[in-house]
Design a protein around this ligand. Structure first.
Ligand SMILES: *Cc1c(COP(=O)(O)O)cnc(C)c1O
Length: 398
C-alpha cells in the first residue's frame, strides 16, 4: 500500500465556488422568473485585444510550415518575450534583467510551485485574507504558516512586526480579495524587514495593471534593495484577459543567494531554473507570440481599454457603497471591492440576503481566510449594464 502525503488531509475543504454555484442553482430553480446578476466572478469577460489575437495567429501560422515550425522551446521562455517584458518594466521605470524572467503558464502554478525551493523549517508569513493558493500549497507539503492579519485597523495592509522573525513572506498587492494596495513607504518597510531578517518576499503583482495612482508601486523592484530579497510573480490573466489563454512570468533575480547549512552558496535563480527545466517544458510558442504582442506599447494600450471598462464598473459599485455609507476597500486600483457586511451579518448570511433580496451574487469573505468572515467581495469583471442594474437593486436594500 502506498504511503500517501497525508498533509492533504490538513487542507480545508475548498467549497467556496461550488457552494456559491449550489446556492445560486437552488435559488434559480425556486425562482425561475428572477434575473440573477453575478458580481462574484474572479474571471475576466471581455475578449482579447486584436494585437494579441494577431500575435496568436502568427504563432499558429508558424506551425504550418517546416521553415518556421517550433518544437520544444526554452524552458525559461523565448527571449523575444522575456525582452518584451523587460522593456515593459523599463517603460514603468523599473529595471529588470530579461534573463531573470521565467515565462510560465500562469501565476497560479508558479506561486504554488515556488514553495518547493524552501525547507519545511521556515517561518512563513501569509496574509489573511488572501488568494488561497499560498496557504494550500504550503499545507500540502506540511509547512507551518503564521498568518498576517489584515483588518479594518490596518486597512487590510498588514505591516512587518520588527520583534518577530520571518524567513518567507507572501505579499499580494493590489490584493485579492481586498483590493488594498501597498504604497511605497509600506513596501519599503517590508523590503527593509526582509533584508534585516535575510528573508525572501514572494510578491504577487497579478493586478499591477489596475493601478491608476502613479505614486503606487507596480512592482516590488520599484523599491531599493528588493532584488536582494524578493521574487515577483505576474500574469497576463487579468492584465490582458489571458485567463483561458494562459501565460504568466516569475522574476527571480540572480542577486538572491543564500548560504546553505553546509556552507555552500545557493542561488534561488539557479534552483528555480533547475526546477523548471526538470518539471516544466515551456509555455506554448503560440501563446508566447500572443503575449509578446501584449507587451508592446500598442498592445498594452488595448489592454488598458478593457481595464478601463472594468474600472468604470468598479466606480459604479464604489459610488453605490459610498452612497449607502458603507466603508469599502479597493475599487480604484483594483477590480475588487471589499466591504464589511451590513448589520453585523456574517459573509454567508449576507450572501443569502443579497441573493434573495436583490438577486445579486457576490463572494463571501470567509472563503479567503478567518479575517474575511464578516466581509464581502464584489468584482468589476461583469457586464456594464448588469453592474448598473445590480447596484440599483443594492441601493434599495437595508
Ligand atoms: C488571478 C490571480 C492570479 C493569476 O493566476 P493565473 O494562473 O496566472 O491565471 C495570480 N494571483 C492572484 C492573486 C490572482 O487573483
Amino acid at each position: 500500500m502506498p504511503k500517501l502525503n497525508e498533509h492533504y488531509q490538513d487542507l480545508k475543504e475548498s467549497y467556496l465556488f461550488t457552494e456559491i454555484a449550489h446556492r445560486v442553482a437552488a435559488y434559480t430553480a425556486a425562482n425561475p422568473d428572477k434575473k440573477v446578476i453575478r458580481l462574484g466572478i474572479g474571471d475576466v469577460t471581455l475578449p482579447l485585444g486584436n494585437l494579441a489575437i494577431e500575435g496568436l495567429h502568427e504563432g499558429v501560422d508558424a506551425m504550418a510550415s517546416a521553415e518556421t515550425f517550433k518544437g520544444y522551446g526554452p524552458e525559461q521562455g523565448y527571449d523575444f518575450l522575456r525582452e518584451a517584458i523587460s522593456a515593459y518594466y523599463a517603460r514603468n521605470g523599473v529595471s529588470v534583467d530579461a534573463s531573470d524572467i521565467f515565462i510560465s503558464d500562469g501565476a497560479k502554478s508558479d506561486t504554488g510551485n515556488i514553495s518547493e525551493l524552501f525547507d519545511r523549517d521556515n517561518v512563513i508569513l501569509i496574509p489573511d485574507p488572501v488568494y488561497p493558493v499560498y496557504v494550500d500549497s504550503n499545507v500540502m507539503s506540511g509547512k507551518q504558516i503564521t498568518y498576517l492579519a489584515g483588518n479594518a485597523g490596518n486597512g487590510f495592509l498588514p505591516l512587518p512586526d520588527p520583534s518577530v522573525h520571518a524567513d518567507i513572506i507572501y505579499l499580494c498587492s493590489p490584493n485579492n480579495p481586498t483590493g488594498a494596495v501597498y504604497n511605497r513607504e509600506q513596501l519599503t518597510a517590508w523590503v527593509n524587514y526582509a533584508l534585516a531578517n535575510e528573508a525572501v518576499i514572494l510578491f504577487d503583482s497579478a493586478y499591477e495593471a489596475f493601478i491608476t495612482e502613479p505614486d503606487l508601486p507596480r512592482s516590488i523592484y520599484a523599491i531599493e534593495g528588493a532584488k536582494q530579497c524578493a521574487i515577483e510573480f505576474c500574469s497576463l490573466s487579468k492584465t490582458a484577459g489571458f485567463t483561458g489563454t494562459r501565460c504568466g512570468y516569475t522574476i527571480v533575480p540572480k542577486e538572491l543567494v543564500f548560504t546553505a547549512s553546509n556552507g555552500a552558496e545557493l542561488s534561488l535563480h539557479n534552483m528555480w531554473n533547475r526546477r523548471q527545466c526538470t518539471k516544466f517544458n515551456g509555455t506554448s510558442y503560440i501563446v508566447q507570440k500572443g503575449a509578446a504582442a501584449v507587451f508592446t506599447e500598442e498592445g498594452m494600450k488595448q489592454c488598458h481599454e478593457n481595464i478601463r471598462y472594468y474600472q468604470e464598473n468598479a466606480r459604479i459599485i464604489a459610488d453605490t457603497l459610498a452612497k449607502k455609507g458603507i466603508r469599502f476597500y479597493g475599487g480604484v486600483n483594483s477590480p475588487y471591492i471589499w466591504f464589511e457586511c451590513p448589520n453585523q451579518m456574517e459573509s454567508w448570511e449576507f450572501f443569502d440576503y443579497l441573493l434573495n433580496h436583490a438577486q445579486v451574487v457576490g463572494t463571501p469573505g470567509a472563503g479567503f481566510g478567518e479575517n474575511g468572515k464578516n466581509f464581502f467581495r464584489l468584482t468589476s469583471f461583469g457586464n456594464h449594464e448588469n453592474t448598473i442594474e445590480a447596484m440599483q437593486r443594492f441601493e434599495k436594500l437595508f
